[in-house]
Design a protein around this ligand. Sequence first.
Ligand code: SAM
Length: 343
Amino acid sequence: MELLCIQSQEHPKLPQGELKAVIECEEMKTSLDIITEGLVILKDISPENIDDYYQILTRRLGYTHEVHQILKTSDIKNFEEDVLSINWQDYIDENFAVRVKRFNSKIDTVAYERKAGSLILEKCENIKVKLNKPKSLVRVVAFEDTIFIAIEKYHLNKKHFEDIKPHKRPFFYPGSMSPKLARCMVNLSRVKAGQLVLDPFCGTGGILIEAGLIGCKVVGSDVNWKMKNGTAINLDYCGITDYRTFHLDVRELKMYEKVAGVVTDPPYGISTSTGDIDGDDIFKEFFHAIYHNMADDAYLCMASPHYVDLNPMIDDVGFELVEQYSIKMHRSLTRIISVIKKS
Ligand SMILES: C[S@@+](CC[C@H](N)C(=O)[O-])C[C@H]1O[C@@H](n2cnc3c(N)ncnc32)[C@H](O)[C@@H]1O
């Protein structure tokens, strides 16, 4: 069986990287087919796994917009016949809408929506078309001459990433990254629900919110007590209960339980203070402080500015680089997202 992911195209590599990390840490048995940027298919999923995998993906992913189960892979020539071959009664509950999305295809989306809708109505009794908030969504995706006919069984809540933007939380301070990037970084750190995640520069708690929402236990610390308290306020607001926050300098960090993942956005640039640590030394100090607080198989996912070379510091401490992504922020700043583990 197959799942189709429609992904964000705001970055050429991060959405796929995030998906691969989730597949890896959740030990999903599947093979990935990258059709084009924004369209990925998870193939060869066994019937007993499909629902679990579907729910994990919709619960976790940040840079994926929609996940659907493919019912038939068709083409322009056989489209009508293939729509008619599906047992729609098994998938549609009361009312439905058909929505078509194109990738490198010139098909007439409205005509295909109407055509598929009337064929489905022809086949089933007691169902209606409802274009606004339908109970069932039939997703048709055209890529060149191929047409995937799919159903949305579990909805990925994209609205969360809008509703939880930094300025909408009860405690706000400038410099918090977007919730989508924070979620993606949590996923890149390959942690699972129930595991312990640490952000030692927690600020307003943006990263910990996303880790908490996928079911992780979270610990945050910050040298600034206002931030430590603000993180707690924001975590409470998001209904996250399994957390601890500490007021401390990263150099004093000593966890009783080694963490399964560290996800963090260390201070850099003029807008954030680094306590009394000079310039880029904050990164060196951070790597030294964090190493012994991480489980041997834990991953670290962190952001840094392009002008800081992390490589010698990583080597020096005994870490190795797993993967790296760059995000252009503006003309003079590119943010580097690095995934690191113990070597
Ligand atoms: C870029 S902000 C983190 C933003 C955070 N991800 C958020 O969502 O708000 C960096 C944080 O590191 C904290 N910080 C600076 N120096 C520190 C140190 N030496 N030890 C611990 N925290 C420090 C700052 O107080 C600031 O809150």
